[in-house]
Design a protein around this ligand. Structure first.
Ligand code: DPP
Ligand code: ZN
Length: 876
């Protein structure tokens, strides 16, 4: 594909007034008739042709105002339909008939079949695989949809909006008609047909309208949709209370399907979900599954306002809906659960996924200016960093200023296809604050690096904090401007209380927010009676890397005294990282590894502090991951040394704290009845953390085997299995547990995905062979994205030692797999391939092997544009 530039944006020459679609569904020959009414836009070139997008379409009919169009008036290619000599001012109708094959659609874009269910995925550019159409987000129209299908096989016929009616339609068939009164872009179109079970409920909105809620799942799985329904109702309520947003149709539907490229899709009134994010019960879902379901149900529901009512002008504006909606779902989960623990999990995810993207060959701005394949821009930068940018606006403007800006955005842009500039302007207009410099967050890629130093002058009673910011070069952007970085902070006095300065100079400070706006800046705080300890970037107010050599004592002080739990967790992380990097270096040099006493003491103090919520204590005990350590080391990484060093530190902590972990484990015995709520999940997380440490100090599988036998929920069961498989892969107990798990859940593909993932992440030698063996397992299906992600994706993303074996065999295996997945499903292949995005940071032997594997992909013939785009950027 060619490269698309933001600078080339211009509106269409024709305005689409309305869309009437008729589908005659058939597994291999579905007939689609699209009646489209257009008029030429005022001021547009009176001779401009109408150019419609297509993708692998077969056209069988083309009418102009219901009369067959003469061949000299149009040109059809596989990816476009151009119609000439159209009226200058009067509206006209184009009727297009296409034939499509849902059964053969393995890309899972457009109309396809999953387990006998017809379903659609149109974002970003899937609608053009259904009919020729102006398939871009700034073309909004009102849709009527008629669906005709075999009645026995498809009792259910669904589309967007409200149900108009239905009836029989000839021998064995029936039809249904749907009307969506809200103008929408084609990427929000959806159709579902098939035979599904349903869970029903109702929601009464703030203006007392009753909305029918329906969640459709495979027959027999209805009970597993109860939690999703509960999460939906809580989301609807929360959006009314916190953002003042009410739902706008008579019905809201969710359909769960088993083959899906993404997590879920926010089609107007008819969300389609990967069933992984709908189905849950205690026997089959972990606490993480419950949290994901709650977050994704909320996310897609929230899109109804941020995405659907206000959509994007073009795909460069993707963060306008995604970054904002992630921010909204984060806030929702924070309100439903523990805010601090939620924030810690978000930051962990941002650092492990977005920071590597932002510092590697795939780095791009939150609002990119060019792309070759838009599918490759559904990234953690657009989503998670986009959310952080929204959060910073809230930090800078404060709660009220942010709310005023959001209200103005909803009022001013309802019904629009808007831009990031429109969004930012609302906050400027509502608050009077200039956000020009702040907007660099949308335009400059790269994680800002901030170097901090401080000094205390006892005689003058002043404390000085010097900050220097640097935004690293990223592809296509070498010179960067200084950013506006809002850093929440506090000065902690000796006794643990906050020190209150009498005055601040050197820059803007509003409340607890310090505004770093220059390349280098020194803030001077007056009236400070004793040297304070600075807790900086509290709550992770800005997505930056701080380089601040605080002493072990100061970090331990923050870990003990900060009133912000996030800051306490951060201090523990800052204590642990130098210890873990030193351990990796020692392991590489064959030296014994030690655990720092201050770290060990701080961790064990937190672990046994019953005044702290268990979920927080579990997060503290989780220590930085192997990829966190790799990022801290920066370059020349040896994943084996990192693994060995980290294991040695964990083992030392396990030994020093064996009594603590024993009493935690025994004291937190499962409470009955099971509840998936945050408090229950926190207790299970802490107990399972203790189990992991006990397995290290005992160096025996007995404890985990017993935990496995006793587990009465999927969290405990899968955690015990993980401890067994990862620590004792060859033990009899492990083989027995793996076999028991496989046969117990043989009929549940989503649960078997956990079984695949646990084994795919067993560290060390033999991992590749194990993965190859598992691909032969009858439960594995290369055609199902969830299975592929669970086995091959988890291996590549989550098994640093196994995937990065020095002989490069795993990279070459991976390259072959990417090529074969690419033939079926390019979007999935491209996404998986990003697992190699940090290949340049590996030590030279591995890096050479990784480059070789990438070059094998690059040289292959007939690559999809998705994979070609990623591999070329990674090798550049
Ligand atoms: N389904 C994806 C999401 O909700 C893309 N819109 O983020
Ligand atoms: Zn989204």
């Amino acid at each position: 594909g060619r490269i698309i530039h933001l600078a080339d944006y211009r509106p269409t020459d024709f305005v689409l007034e309305r869309v009437d679609l008729t589908f005659e569904l058939d597994p291999t020959e579905t007939k689609v008739e699209a009646r489209l009414i257009f008029h030429r836009r005022e001021g547009a070139d009176p001779n401009a042709p109408l150019v419609l997008d297509g993708d692998e379409l077969k056209m069988t009919g083309l009418l102009f105002d219901q009369i067959e169009l003469a061949p000299e008036r149009y040109t059809e290619t596989p990816d476009s339909l151009t119609i000439r000599d159209l009226p200058a001012s009067v509206p006209f109708e184009i009727t297009i008939t296409t034939l499509i094959n849902p059964e053969a659609n393995t890309q899972l874009m457009g109309l396809y079949r999953s387990n006998g269910i017809y379903c659609t995925q149109c974002e970003a550019e899937g609608f053009r695989r259904i009919t020729f159409f102006p398939d871009r987000p700034d073309v909004l129209a009102v849709y009527t949809v008629n669906i005709i299908a075999d009645k026995a096989a498809n009792p259910l016929l669904l589309s967007n909006g409200n149900f108009l009616g239905g009836a029989g339609y000839g021998e064995g068939k029936h039809f249904a008609a749907w009307f969506d009164p809200h103008p929408k872009p084609s990427y929000l179109f959806a159709l579902v047909a098939g035979d599904l079970g349903v869970v029903e409920d109702t929601f009464v909105t703030m203006s007392e309208r009753e909305v029918a809620l329906k969640i459709y799942v495979e027959h027999g799985k209805e009970a597993r949709a109860a939690y999703a329904m509960d999460a939906l109702k809580r989301s609807m309520k929360w959006d009314e209370e916190v953002f003042g947003r009410e739902y706008d149709l008579d019905i809201f539907m969710i359909v769960a399907v088993s083959d899906f490229n993404m997590g879920a899709m926010e089609n107007k009134g008819l969300n389609i979900f990967n069933d992984k994010y709908v189905l849950a019960d205690p026997e089959t879902a972990t606490d993480q599954d419950y949290a994901n379901i709650e977050a994704i149900i909320a996310h897609e529901y929230f899109h109804n306002w941020t995405g659907n009512r206000i959509t994007c002008r073009d795909w460069f504006q993707l963060c306008l809906k995604e970054g904002l909606t992630v921010y909204r779902d984060h806030e929702f989960s924070a309100d439903q659960r523990s805010r601090a623990v939620k924030r810690i999990a978000e930051v962990r995810h941002l650092r492990s996924e977005q920071f590597p993207e932002d510092s590697g060959p795939l780095a791009h701005p939150v609002r990119p200016t060019k792309y070759r394949e838009i599918n490759n821009f559904y990234t953690t930068t657009v989503y998670e960093k986009g959310s952080e940018v929204t959060r910073m606006i809230a930090t800078i403007l404060g709660r009220d200023g942010f709310k005023k800006g959001m209200d103005l955005y909803f009022e001013r842009h309802d019904g629009d296809a808007a831009t990031v500039e429109d969004f930012v302007k609302c906050f400027e207009d509502a608050s009077g604050r200039d956000l020009t410099q702040f907007s660099l967050w949308y335009h400059q890629a790269g994680t800002p690096q901030i170097t901090v130093s401080s000094s205390y002058d006892a005689s003058a009673k002043t404390f000085s904090l010097s900050l220097e910011q640097m935004v690293p070069a990223t592809p296509g952007q070498t010179a960067k401007e200084p950013m506006h970085i809002p850093l929440k902070f506090t000065l902690i006095g000796e006794n643990g209380a906050e020190a209150q300065p009498s005055a601040v100079s050197g820059g803007e400070v509003t409340g607890d927010v310090l505004h770093l706006t220059e390349r280098s800046q020194t803030f001077v705080f007056a009236g400070i009676g004793a040297r304070p300890v600075v807790s900086l970037n509290r709550g992770f107010s800005a997505p930056v890397n701080l380089h601040y050599s605080q002493t072990t004592d100061d970090l331990a002080h923050i870990a003990r005294h900060d009133s912000d739990l996030f800051a306490r967790w951060q201090a523990i992380t800052d204590l642990a990282l130098p210890n873990l990097t030193a351990a990796a270096k020692a392991a590489a040099a064959g030296k014994p590894v030690e655990c720092d006493a201050a770290l060990c003491d701080a961790l064990l103090a937190i672990a046994s502090d019953d005044s702290l919520e268990p979920a927080f204590r579990a997060q503290a005990l989780a220590l930085p991951s192997e990829s966190d350590i790799a990022r801290e080391l920066g370059a020349n990484n040896d994943p084996d040394a990192i693994h060995q060093g980290r294991q040695a530190v964990l083992t030392a902590i396990a030994k020093a704290g064996s009594a603590t972990f024993r009493s935690l484990y025994d004291g937190l015995a499962a409470s009955t009845p099971f509840s998936p709520d945050a408090a229950g999940a926190g207790r299970r997380a802490l107990r399972n953390a203790a189990l992991g440490f006990l397995a290290l100090s005992d160096n025996s599988p007995a404890g985990a085997a017993e935990a496995y036998a006793r587990a009465d929920n999927m969290t405990d069961l899968s955690q015990a299995l993980t401890v067994l498989a990862h620590r004792f892969p060859d033990a009899t107990e492990t083989h027995a547990a793996l076999a028991a798990f496989e046969s117990r859940f043989a009929a549940n593909a989503l649960v078997l995905d956990k079984w695949f993932s646990i084994q795919a992440t067993i560290p060390g030698e033999g991992a590749l062979e194990r993965v190859m063996r598992l691909m032969q397992n009858p439960h594995f299906a290369a055609s199902n994205p969830n299975r592929v992600r669970a086995l091959i994706g988890t291996f590549a993303f989550g098994n640093p030692t196994g995937f990065n074996r020095p002989d490069g065999k795993a990279y070459h295996f991976f390259a072959e797999e990417i090529l074969s997945i690419d033939k079926r499903n390019p979007q999935l292949a491209a996404r998986l391939l990003t697992a190699l995005r940090s290949w340049r940071l590996l030590e030279p032997v591995r890096a050479d092997q990784a480059r070789e594997a990438l070059m094998t992909i690059e040289r292959a013939s007939s690559l999809s544009s998705d994979v070609a785009d990623i591999v070329e950027r990674m090798l550049k």
